[in-house]
Design a protein around this ligand. Structure first.
Ligand code: SF4
Length: 322
């Protein structure tokens, strides 16, 4: 069974073809956590077929933004698995990974919850099913709308946790096909239009409720209201760096310092003794790890709300534009 998944996951002829076309001698492999267990077998196979040396990145990898830059400098080509392209560096080859799961049951479950004109989005793992999703909607008498995103987004209809630019305007509901709550929550907060999340793995669909996350975020902002000293975090992962934004926020904050961090965790914030932080790195960090940090960690959007530069009703998730 493992063997079957291994062959469905990796396009070995494409990998070996690129290595031989580039005459590459030293190769880097980078995988998200869920695919790492397959790495040694793939490395051995590619070494045997090409004679090249493969180095596997052992560091955590959360997205296409998270390139192992040190490894990239050591190799002729870096294969980054599981995510779609957000960098134009031609030393990196993005090898996307698609889930082989049907979307039909989940989309059928979503139909009673959807309006007439439906904005359709998904993650790269299901992007090859976008036409199937649109057909199910059309057959049911709905009008699917699929839009292009900015340069951070590879495919029409694709969303990232930090970028909803492919979410279409002028629709009366959204259909998100995929797992997890972060993407549909961000769409709901950004567009104030009902979002239906359809999970292909369970076949179930639900209307997305943002009340809990809103309560959590307003509580974090309330704690930061009296902050005098601020730490503005600059993410050091290549696809998360927003120094210009961090500088602008530092000017607004007044008593503030810039702090560069690659892997942001509660431990790393313990010793700075500031009252509150703003993270300009991956927008998920402030949200997913809320409650574990030693001081409030806000997104740039929330910081502007606390500083009175944005309406208190105007809560949205932070986005990194391409
Ligand atoms: Fe994903 Fe965060 Fe990277 Fe965006 S910045 S691609 S949400 S890991």
């Amino acid at each position: 069974m493992l063997f079957y998944f291994y062959f469905r996951m990796f396009d070995v002829p494409k990998i070996t073809g690129i290595i031989s076309a580039r005459n590459a001698k030293t190769i880097g492999f980078q995988f998200p956590e869920g695919l790492k267990r397959q790495a040694p077998a793939l490395a051995k196979e590619v070494e045997a077929k090409t004679g090249a040396l493969v180095i596997i990145s052992g560091d955590p990898c959360y997205g296409a933004c998270d390139i192992d830059d040190a490894l990239l400098d050591m190799v002729d080509v870096l294969f980054h698995f599981g995510h779609s392209r957000i960098s134009d560096d031609d030393r990196i080859v993005f090898m996307e990974y698609y889930h082989d799961v049907d979307v039909d049951r989940a989309v059928a479950s979503a139909l009673p919850l959807l309006g007439q004109k439906v904005g359709v989005v998904t993650t790269v793992q299901h992007i090859h099913k976008l036409d199937d999703i649109a057909k199910i909607l059309t057959d049911a008498g709905r009008e699917p709308v699929i839009s292009k995103g900015d340069s951070r987004i590879t495919y029409p209809g694709q969303v990232l946790g930090c970028n909803f630019s492919a979410v279409p305007a002028g629709v009366d509901s959204f259909l998100f096909v995929g797992s997890g709550n972060f993407h549909p929550m961000g769409m709901r907060l950004a567009h104030k239009v009902p979002v239906v999340a359809a999970d292909p793995f369970t076949g179930e669909a639900r209307l997305v409720d943002v009340e809990k996350i809103m309560k959590q975020r307003y509580a974090v902002m309330a704690k930061a209201m009296d902050a005098k000293k601020w730490g503005i975090i600059v993410g050091m992962k290549s696809g998360q760096q927003r120094l210009a934004l961090a500088k602008r926020l530092k000017d607004i904050a007044g008593d503030a310092v810039l702090i560069s961090i690659k892997e942001i965790s509660p431990d790393r914030l313990l010793n700075f003794k500031v009252d509150a932080y703003v993270s300009t790195a991956c927008p998920r960090i402030a949200i997913d790890d809320a409650g574990r940090f030693p001081a409030p960690v806000l997104t740039p959007v929330e910081f502007e709300m606390v500083k009175g530069l944005r309406s208190w009703e105007d809560l949205a998730l932070d986005e990194i534009a391409g």
